[in-house]
Design a protein around this ligand. Structure first.
Ligand code: MN
Length: 286
């Protein structure tokens, strides 16, 4: 990613301009912070709290409470290392299943776990590879494939995906999600589109000020103004949408996509929703 800070500004009150700068370092930092959700484990106390209280304490408070919450290596890497350690030791019981599920939750895709198991099988032993693959197949099922893609997309992103965007579903083709990040001063929403999802043509109106700024945060998408070529969007791209311009935004046909939508404050601001983006025209986008 480019080290250049992204400058996002909009007209504020009393003639001042408001501005945020988002640097790649800040994005990285926020991503690390976002991953620092405390891991809590109670399996030790649940199973052995009476029989072996010390063991239960070391398991829940030290191994999980402290070591799993150490961030010198990232969470996804730690999950993969744990799977590799269990596989190499020939442990293929319910604890391996738990750690495979954990790895999947951390954003490890089917393709990635297949590569990990194949790699380790050369060093730890072919039969162990067979054992672990049989278990991994149950965790990364075909039905869960689209869920995997969503999980992997979420893991690439600092901001949450949020809830299904039911309130605006009538103006979208496909499933979108909405996470309000700021609902005071300036409205900032993280909008996520599943592959193929896009909003209808629409116009942001205002008698003064107004418009919308898109800050792309993950995946690949498109922005198109009426009468112009669609513009491909990648993380870090910023789109300034002036008032009165008919446009749409959404995902690429084969990729999840998220952008922040920043509402530029304006007088008499409103949204005019128009027709859906034509399937044939959208279908020509790669
Ligand atoms: Mn818009």
């Amino acid at each position: 990613m480019s080290p250049t800070p992204l400058r996002v500004s909009w007209p504020g009150t009393a003639g001042k301009r408001l501005e945020i700068m988002i640097t790649t370092n800040e994005i990285k930092e926020r991503k690390e912070k976002g991953m620092k959700e405390k891991i809590v484990q109670t399996a030790g106390r649940n199973s052995l709290g009476e029989f072996a209280p010390d063991f239960a304490h070391y398991n829940d408070d030290v191994l999980f409470g402290e070591n799993w919450n150490n961030h010198d290596i990232d969470h996804k890497t730690r999950c993969i290392i744990t799977v590799v350690a269990l596989m190499s030791s020939g442990v293929t019981d319910s604890s391996l299943k738990y750690h495979l599920e954990n790895a999947k939750k951390a954003g490890v895709t089917k393709k990635e776990i297949a590569a990990v198991i194949t790699h380790v099988a050369f060093y730890a032993g072919w039969p162990k590879g067979w054992d672990v693959f049989n278990m991994a197949k149950e965790v990364w099922t075909e039905e869960a494939a689209s869920q995997d893609a969503k999980t992997a997309h979420a893991a690439e992103m600092v901001f949450p995906i949020g809830a299904p965007n039911d309130g605006f579903a009538q103006y979208f083709i496909g499933q979108s999600y909405l996470a309000p990040l700021s609902t005071e001063q300036v409205g900032i929403f993280n909008v996520t589109f599943e592959p193929g999802c896009r909003n209808n043509w629409h116009i942001h109106h205002a008698s003064s000020g107004g418009g919308q700024i898109l800050v792309c945060v993950a995946g690949r998408g498109f922005y198109q103004e009426w009468g112009k070529e669609a513009q491909e969007l990648h993380p870090g791209d910023v789109v300034n949408i002036p008032v009165g311009v008919k446009h749409w935004h959404g995902a690429a046909p084969d990729s999840w996509f998220s952008h922040l939508a920043i509402e530029v404050p304006g007088t008499d601001a409103s949204n005019e929703w128009l027709e859906a983006v034509d399937d044939t025209a959208y279908g020509t986008l790669k």
